[in-house]
Design a protein. Structure first.
Length: 167
């Protein structure tokens, strides 16, 4: 699967104007943020894992990292990323362009709560030089995801003195 298939997906959804074909690579969070001109944490990176021998995708904020304890609690097994050479055959997208659109049927998709702090995020769009600009409600509408999960760390910021809950 590729940018063209993701493009067909968004054309059919009436949202082709959300797609960005970039002149440079967007294969990593840092490259994507630079190419788009946004903060790295607003890149909605798609991480690919094997759970029970089946591929799953977790879409998380660019500054979030998988926390093994949370992952094990959610999926009842240790986090095991799909080896790079198996990512495309299992999910339909090559590393650098993995996204939750136009994926193979047996691929389950989850959204991590690290994304909920943003109004707009930028997931990949099937190639190493593409993205799609989506609000969180659009993200929910266009992804065929199973549910929101909490399996990441390092994205929460501590509350300042003024923001701390009272009482």
């Amino acid at each position: 699967m590729s940018f063209e298939q993701v493009k067909e997906f968004f054309v059919a959804a009436g949202a082709a104007d959300r797609l960005l074909e970039l002149p440079q690579s967007s294969a990593t969070v840092e490259l994507a943020a630079k190419a788009i001109g946004c903060q790295p944490e607003r890149i909605a990176k798609t991480l690919s894992f094997l759970v029970g021998g089946r591929p799953i995708l977790i879409v998380a904020a660019g500054d979030a990292r998988i926390e093994n304890r949370k992952f094990r609690s959610e999926f009842q097994e240790k986090a095991k990323m799909i080896p790079p050479e198996q990512v495309e055959p299992l999910t339909g997208h090559a590393p650098g362009g993995v996204c939750p659109f136009a994926v193979k049927e047996n691929t389950e998709i989850y959204l991590d709560i690290s994304l909920k702090r943003f109004e707009t995020v930028y997931p990949a769009a099937g190639s190493a030089n593409s993205a799609v600009r989506l609000t969180i409600p659009e993200l929910e509408r266009y992804y065929c995801f199973r549910k929101w999960i909490d399996v990441c760390k390092d994205w929460e910021r501590p509350l300042s003195q003024e923001e701390e809950p009272k009482g």
